[in-house]
Design a protein. Sequence first.
Length: 196
Amino acid sequence: MNVYDFDKTIFVGDTEDRFFEFMFQKKGFRHYKVAFKIYDLMNKMHLITKTRSRELQYRFLRDIDDLDATLKAYWAEIEQYMMPWYFEAKRDDDVIASGTPRFILEPIVQKLGIGGLVATEMDPKTGKIDGDFAIGEFKVVNFKNQYGLDCIDKFYSDAYSDHYLAEYAKEAYVVHDDQQITEWNEWFNAHPELKK
């Protein structure tokens, strides 16, 4: 199977950032933007973990009356940001491996008609995360729980933080600079400053 990070890999920008902005523009949700920034700062200052900051930032989920309709409207607005290169490479057994909560990505994964999704396991009613926010080493944990680690033919990501998962792929690639694709080690050996 081929495995893809989502944001900035096969999608322009960040789906969570776009989802937060989508929600904060709605009447009755604007005040959550202040809290979002506070929790983001607390995470950057290492006062709370990424997992805890996201749980707090998603508290607005409790105020959404119809999440399915909200997600449908959200994806109708942002589906245009899917990167064209992915549609040429797409296979039915592809797996998306992302830190974004599962409930946000499920609609687009179903529409793409692909094999699977590894994501942050979050309660869409409360924002409570089961385990850890699925980035870096925690993405590997979630992937291993669903698929094991010996099944990845090709892996694609935009960020070195995914090296934990890239190490298990037969081939790994970096997506960069307006959808250019370069072999993982070649790219990061040429750009060691990006290994942070």
